[in-house]
Design a protein around this ligand. Structure first.
Ligand code: NAD
Length: 353
């Protein structure tokens, strides 16, 4: 029987893709999620009645709620994804990032430590805590090089600083209390069920509506893109084969300048959803004021997870972006309520909140 997983943030973008994959692979899952603006039950509607799936609405920074989740579900592993995740929102209102990403991670680590202390030695030894982090904790690269697991931390946004703090806490709970803990750093994800504030769905949905397509600065910033399903597979690979105390970078060797990515999305939309006037979608690209402190380039060296754990991304980048454009075109029922409710595709992250 596969282990019982406590997945935090399972109603978010990566979390919902991970929950679905874990259930398909025979894991039982408790999804513990606060359902912030970014958490969406509609992302898991197809598995909500799965016999292996349970959901608890709760805040990772609430010690009583977290402890109750451990004692009632008795997980054999934790995959901690719950976070405030959008850099632009962290610039406007950093408080929630401190509360969830730092205090929430501390609360979860403490609950996991206390719960594991109640387990028999064999179960305590097999217990795993996978702490899901980002490449953004390493700061910004110049034109050359890539982040390795040994790269020095240099977070520069409130989001990445809060994730860096959480990483340090997680490693401290491994080193000090012996919690069998693994940290992962993944590059930018794209794919189905991503909240439309993020670059890829924002560009697709604005272009589809015939609106201006805003690109920060001159679009020269470089990101390393990985299909979300490949990240989910990597996390289950780390859970099954990773070594406690180790760190694994996860990435797809798929670097693109933002402007090149946006042009590709426009081209895919030209094919799948031509404009009524027959003009190319790329005509609507506009360069707008840059994000304050915008990191220039991220690139992940994922050779360790490939070599040691045998993981590699399955999705070819071109087909992954094509699939993503198609998914957003075909799943208006998922995103329209968001646009009508919490987020109407406007500018965030000017720091003026
Ligand atoms: P997301 O914003 O789509 O989802 C976050 C989820 O966490 C939501 O369901 C939200 O309701 C939940 N949540 C927020 N605060 C909570 C709290 N206090 N208690 C319980 N649940 C809470 O984020 P995502 O893009 O799916 O990212 C998931 C994780 O992966 C995050 O830790 C993020 O830092 C990390 N990550 C993301 C990317 C990326 O490209 N999206 C890349 C690398 C790492």
């Amino acid at each position: 029987m596969k282990p019982k997983l406590l997945i935090t943030g399972g109603s978010g973008f990566i979390g919902s893709n991970l929950v679905r994959l874990a259930l398909a692979q025979g894991y039982r899952v408790l999804n513990f999620d606060k359902l912030t603006y970014a958490g969406n039950p509609a992302s898991l509607v197809d598995v909500e009645n799965h016999p292996g799936y349970r959901f608890v609405q709760g805040d990772v920074a609430d010690p009583a709620a977290v402890e109750a989740a451990f004692t009632s579900f008795e997980p054999e592993a934790v995959l901690h994804l719950a976070a405030e995740s959008h850099v632009d929102r962290s610039i406007d209102a950093p408080g929630a990032f401190i509360a969830t990403n730092i205090t929430g991670t501390y609360t979860l680590l403490e609950a996991a430590r206390r719960y594991r202390a109640t387990l028999a030695p064999a179960q305590a030894g097999a217990f795993r805590f996978i702490h899901v982090s980002t490449d953004e904790v390493f700061g910004s690269l110049g034109a050359e090089g890539a982040f390795s697991e040994a790269t020095r931390y240099d977070p520069r946004s409130p989001y990445s600083a809060s994730k860096a703090a959480a990483d340090h806490l997680a490693r401290a709970w491994g080193g000090t209390y012996g919690l069998p803990l693994i940290v992962t750093h993944c590059s930018n994800n794209y794919g189905p069920y991503q909240f439309p504030e993020k670059l890829v769905p924002l560009m697709i949905l604005r272009a589809r509506r015939g609106e201006e397509i805003p690109v920060y600065g001159q679009g020269e910033n470089v990101r390393d893109w990985l299909f979300v399903g490949d990240h989910a597979e990597a996390l289950l690979t780390v859970l099954e084969r990773g070594t406690p105390g180790q760190t694994y970078n996860i990435g797809g060797q798929n670097e693109r300048r933002n402007i090149d990515l946006v042009r590709l999305l426009c081209q895919l939309l030209d094919e799948a959803h031509p404009r009524a006037d027959g003009r190319p979608h790329a005509e609507s690209i506009r360069f707008v004021a840059d994000r304050p402190g915008h990191d220039f380039r991220y690139a992940i060296d994922a050779s360790k997870i490939r070599r040691d754990l045998g993981w590699h991304p399955r999705q070819d980048p071109e087909s992954g972006f094509r699939l993503t454009v198609k998914w957003y075109l075909e799943n208006r029922a998922w995103w329209q309520p968001i646009l009508d409710g919490t987020y109407a595709l406007g500018r965030l992250g000017t720091g003026g909140a």
